[in-house]
Design a binder for this molecule. Structure first.
Ligand code: HEC
Ligand code: HEC
Length: 310
């Protein structure tokens, strides 16, 4: 065959066409459209929120595709092809400047998200996510509906729990400081309530606790622990004013348990994935010493003295 210009052009087009067919059309037309077991259709409001998510480039910092290599990051479930069958465009994302959001629904109650969208540094003092206050409250609420639906049926189950405990925590808060302190302590299992902080109070420990408090807690609980951080107007029940715990039986174990696990239904997030054990004890002792003015650090019963300090 003669290599005329026409033969070269037609040959090149044929090769291109074959490649496009094999890597684009064939997979597109034969893809599996079976919904996964957690799948459900989005509500109108969730669709509107998704449009805001697309318009504001959230996908450039957040993935929605969690893979088996992410078990180590505390993944709840590995994403399946059947999770995405209504997505057009898909928002898998290729960057994780922020976190993966495929199971974000129900991780926090709505008030946490509203405060976080207004200014991420209210709830996460070191965040590099841009503030979205300029979207206005209506769009922030719509966006929140989308985020709370991420994870579909699993997200719905988590939201049910959040809403149940939201009602309980509001009831406790509105019953007054004494009742609230009692209710909060009762959310902690018995064994933890009797556990003192195993580390002694030291100057270095308090300085580390102070730093952790500034990096993670100050936006809600405020610089003097009275719950008046900048997030306060958006969070209800409001961030705890630690001074209401004065004179109550507040053990290091209660503080540890609450900081580790968060308090479902309230804005109080869990820190089990951000802070290792020693840091939780230390920020707990910082709160105990400076805001509650009573610390049981390294007190009785001993026996699990995990301290490497004198
Ligand atoms: C410049 C990158 C960036 C952009 C753009 C961005 N985020 Fe973030 N996002 C982050 C980082 C970093 C974090 C972790 C710190 C924090 O909680 O603020 C985060 C955290 C979050 C969280 C909380 C996750 C959790 O449970 O702790 C949500 C929800 C979220 N982003 C949603 C959004 C939405 C919706 C948009 C678009 C309106 C967006 N983000 C845009 C970087 C970004
Ligand atoms: C997004 C806001 C927010 C952030 C950030 C936050 N908290 Fe909280 N915290 C709350 C709310 C809300 C409550 C519960 C208030 C209520 O139900 O009355 C709470 C409750 C608590 C309690 C429960 C006390 C008890 O008696 O059971 C402790 C301890 C606590 N926070 C410590 C911390 C520490 C330490 C940090 C930082 C590592 C932190 N919190 C970060 C909002 C926050």
């Amino acid at each position: 065959m003669r290599m005329t210009p026409i033969a070269i052009v037609l040959g090149a087009l044929a090769i291109l066409g074959a490649v496009v067919f094999v890597v684009v059309f064939y997979p597109y037309t034969t893809r599996d459209m079976t919904p996964s077991e957690i799948f459900r259709l989005r509500t109108q409001e969730e669709k509107a929120g998704r449009a805001i998510y697309i318009a504001n480039g959230c996908v450039y910092c957040h993935s929605q595709s969690i893979r088996s290599i992410d078990w180590g990051h505390g993944a709840d479930r590995i994403a399946q092809a059947g999770d995405y069958v209504q997505d057009q465009p898909i928002l898998l994302g290729s960057q994780r400047t922020g976190v993966d959001l495929s199971q974000e629904g129900g991780e926090h109650p709505d008030d946490w998200h509203v405060a976080h969208f207004i200014n991420p540094r209210y709830t996460r003092p070191n965040s590099i996510m841009p503030p979205f206050a300029w979207l206005g409250m209506e769009k922030i609420k719509t966006l929140t509906r989308h985020i709370q639906g991420l994870g579909f049926k699993q997200a719905d189950r988590r939201m049910e729990r959040q809403n149940h405990w939201k009602r309980e925590s509001i009831k406790a808060y509105e019953a007054g400081p004494r009742g609230n302190a009692k209710w909060l302590a009762e959310t902690v299992p018995e064994g933890w309530r009797r556990l003192p902080n195993p580390y002694p109070t030291t100057k270095a420990g308090l300085a580390r606790g102070h730093k952790i408090y500034q990096d993670f807690c100050i936006g809600c609980h405020g610089p003097i622990g009275d719950g008046m951080g900048p997030a306060q107007p958006w969070i209800y029940p409001p961030p705890l004013n630690f001074t209401i715990l004065k004179g109550k039986e507040i053990s290091g174990g209660i503080l540890y348990y609450q900081i580790m696990n968060g308090i479902t239904g309230t804005g109080m997030p869990y820190f089990k994935r951000d802070l290792e054990s020693q840091k939780i004890w230390e920020v707990g002792d910082y709160v105990a010493v400076y805001f509650i003015n009573q610390s049981d650090a390294n007190g009785e019963p001993r026996g699990i003295d995990a301290s490497w300090e004198p």
